[in-house]
Design a protein around this ligand. Structure first.
Ligand SMILES: [Zn+2]
Length: 446
């Protein structure tokens, strides 16, 4: 539903302000249909439901979903590798798929997230609704400064177009060029990562451009790092730009945005009509009390191409169902407090230490021992990879550095600093080695 240029507060008033009871009823109906679709059309779910002794017809309440088995990223990856391209978790034939996003996996084999046209339209409608709640309007000029290359965040720009905002598909360009674009277009809104927003603001000042007066940016959407939900970080960026900063949360396996801040900036409104949330104790799998921290487990409610039923995200989160001052009644994500696994977020890009390990272990000029150090000089994430050259290596450290840097960039998309060490320099642990040192400090929101 597209709305004309006006200042009504909601994109879809009836949906966004319905009572909690109405949300629950709506979700139960959607869930029943979605489970039936998954069971009928995905060989994986048919098999895994049967193995767990559950059937979609068993579901009479939302809580009945707890009896269903969970699924995780490793399973998605395995099933796609077993049956390329889409795997048998998918529930439609490839002819119905119009879009895939992709992220690199631990073996370097990409994991794809498929969408039918209907899935894509649903995503963009949610995206428009969410942008509207953050104050984006048809008269805005919106600069989308996120990666477009297979990245789930790329198409979010179409949500701004759906609102009617003039949308500038900037992508990831050098800072000087982006600043020129912001200046020439007098863009009023943009989307980037929090650390890049900070860096870009400081770069502008160094170049004699005052973001507050020389640029017209009044709203900055951020995602990909926890900073957008840390009030101190947000305040610093807002001060630098003279703009409001709104945090968004996305997941490559579902939508580019699954949640985003309204103008109250108090938690992120969840795409509740598209994704059902459970928050569980990661050890026991039991639901935690409302408002408590736990692992976020997600179930899509409409996404036909690849339903995700009880997908374990590995994100430690908390939610609230308290009404928001904006009048919207959807659940709000109150923060991503940490991650269960060791996945790193470097400048908004996911990287698994195992990606780097696979590269280093394949190259016989390295001992195979390594360490990853992440820090944040000048507010920008920096990844340093320490690797040991083998005894008796005849070449130069420069060639080793270049080769490793190029491989890491090709597999993960992340540019790393490389430090070559003598063999047997790194500590050898007798049990699980500490291969990652994240020096970015207390980056998670409380
Ligand atoms: Zn709100």
């Amino acid at each position: 539903m597209k709305q004309n240029a006006d200042h009504r507060p909601y994109w879809d008033p009836e949906l966004e302000t319905q009572s909690r009871a109405e949300w629950e009823t709506m979700k139960l109906e959607l869930l029943k249909k979605h489970l039936a679709h998954a069971y009928a059309n995905s060989p994986w779910y048919r098999q895994s439901f049967a193995a767990a002794g559950v059937h979609p017809d068993d579901v009479k309440t939302l809580d009945d979903l707890r009896r269903f088995p969970t699924i995780d990223k490793a399973t998605l990856r395995e099933r796609q590798q077993a049956l390329p391209l889409l795997g048998d978790v998918a529930a439609v034939p490839e002819e119905e798929v119009v879009y895939v996003s992709s992220s690199s996996g631990s073996t370097g084999v990409p994991t794809v997230s498929p969408f039918t046209q209907g899935d894509f339209d649903d995503w963009m409608d949610y995206e428009a609704r969410q942008f509207w709640s953050s104050g984006l309007r048809p008269e805005d000029r919106y600069c989308h400064s996120l990666n477009f290359s297979l990245f789930i965040g790329g198409p979010c720009v179409l949500g701004a177009q759906k609102i009617g905002a003039l949308s500038i598909h900037a992508g990831t360009v050098p800072s000087e060029r982006l600043l020129t674009m912001l200046q020439n277009f007098q863009a009023t809104a943009m989307w980037t990562t929090p650390s890049y927003a900070w860096y870009l603001g400081e770069t502008a000042i160094r170049e004699g451009i005052d973001p507050k007066t020389d640029l017209a940016v009044k709203r900055i959407f951020v995602a990909g790092e926890p900073g957008g939900s840390i009030p101190e970080t947000r305040a610093r960026i807002e001060e630098l730009w003279g703009a409001d900063v709104y945090d968004y949360y996305g997941l490559s396996d579902i939508f580019g945005s699954c949640a985003g801040m309204c103008e109250e900036k108090n938690g992120l409104h969840w795409a509740e009509d598209h994704i059902h949330v459970e928050v569980v104790d990661p050890e026991t799998g039991e639901h935690v009390k409302p408002g408590e921290r736990g692992e976020m487990v997600l179930t899509t409610l409409k996404k036909r191409a690849r339903p995700l039923i009880r997908f374990r995200t590995g994100d430690i989160v908390s939610f609230t169902e308290e009404p928001c001052a904006c009048g919207r009644t959807s659940q709000r994500l109150m923060g991503v407090h940490g991650r269960l696994d060791d996945m790193l977020l470097i400048r908004g890009v996911n990287i698994f230490p195992s990606d780097v390990e696979a590269i280093i272990r394949k190259d016989r000029d390295f001992t195979g021992e390594y360490r990853l150090i992440v820090d944040r000089p000048d507010h920008l994430d920096r990844l340093t990879v320490e690797a040991e050259r083998v005894h008796g290596f005849n070449g130069t450290d420069e060639e080793l550095k270049k080769r490793l840097k190029d491989h890491i960039k090709a597999v993960t998309g992340v540019g790393a600093q490389i430090s070559i060490l003598d063999a047997d320099t790194l500590p050898r642990a007798t049990h699980k080695a500490k291969r990652v040192e994240d020096k970015r400090g207390e980056v998670w929101t409380a």
